[in-house]
Design a binder for this molecule. Structure first.
Ligand code: URA
Length: 266
């Protein structure tokens, strides 16, 4: 057996495992924290079980149903943000510092959905404010757009630890809020930024490279008409692969042209 790890090696090991933030100042002994109830000598006789409810009368349960109920009741973007504050069933909330909901204009004709907040977003409680957000702002500016004309959000509303990809369950728990946000903003256009958002919102499994430049109808029962949806590369990918910036610039030009062409009459 090897001896205890040097503190520096242990920290490096934590970082490799995705643990890059201290949540509390003191370690928690979770074994000690579980208080076991004293054993009971003789359990009281169980009451007769109630007859099972018919299927239709059974209350739906689970995080996704809770999320749908909370989201459906929100009549404004502000109310949806408050509903999210009260939603405790996404495990990401336990490790995040702040809720990261949305930024931009609630009456925007264009909504952009990324994957998940990163470290800076978690600190500030605002989407796309870190390095990829700064690139996104420059990309928008290159086609004459800014955050007063766009609403920006993510597929999940809390930062996954170590910036890992959100799990299917985490995305499913947040999806009712994303869908309701789209309904409340009721934009003409939706852009999925990166593969995770494209897969979640366009329900397509092709790569972003295959999806970009194509338009798909995005509908929900409460949208008055389908939103025209497309995908492009995520700004974080562009930071790693700057050669693709040209492709995204072309995508943004096409989106801007479509927005201008489809402008509602004054
Ligand atoms: N990446 C995302 O997908 N969203 C953010 O808000 C920041 C980085």
């Amino acid at each position: 057996m090897t001896g205890p790890m040097a503190p520096r090696d242990l920290l490096a090991w934590y970082l490799d495992a995705g643990v890059d933030e201290a949540i509390g100042d003191r370690p928690v002994n979770r074994y000690a924290a579980v208080a076991r109830p004293a054993p009971v000598a003789e359990p009281p006789p169980a009451p007769d079980p109630a007859p099972p409810l018919p299927a239709a009368a059974r209350a739906p349960s689970g995080p996704v149903q809770t999320a749908y109920d909370l989201a459906a009741a929100a009549a404004s973007v502000e109310a949806l943000g408050r509903a999210l504050e009260s939603f405790d069933d996404c495990p990401l909330k336990k490790t995040a510092t702040n809720l990261v909901f949305c930024d931009g204009s609630e009456t925007a004709r264009l909504i952009m959905i990324g994957e998940a907040p990163g470290a800076e977003e978690d600190r500030q409680g605002c989407p796309f404010v870190g390095p990829s957000g700064q690139l996104l702002d420059r990309m928008l500016a290159s086609v004459g757009l800014d955050r007063t004309q766009v609403l920006i959000s993510n597929t999940v509303f809390w930062r996954p630890p170590g910036n890992r990809t959100p799990t299917t369950a985490e995305i499913a728990a947040c999806l009712p809020f994303v869908e309701r946000l789209i309904e409340l903003v009721d934009p003409a256009f939706l852009v999925a930024l990166g593969g995770a958002a494209a897969k979640t919102l366009l329900a397509r499994n092709e790569s972003v490279g295959k999806l970009r430049g194509k338009w798909f109808p995005y509908s929900t029962p409460r949208l008055p008409r389908p939103v025209q949806a497309t995908a492009t590369y995520h700004p974080a990918y562009l930071l790693r692969s700057p050669a693709q910036k040209r492709a995204v610039w072309r995508d943004l030009l096409a989106i801007k042209k479509k927005m201008t062409g489809d402008e509602p009459e004054a």
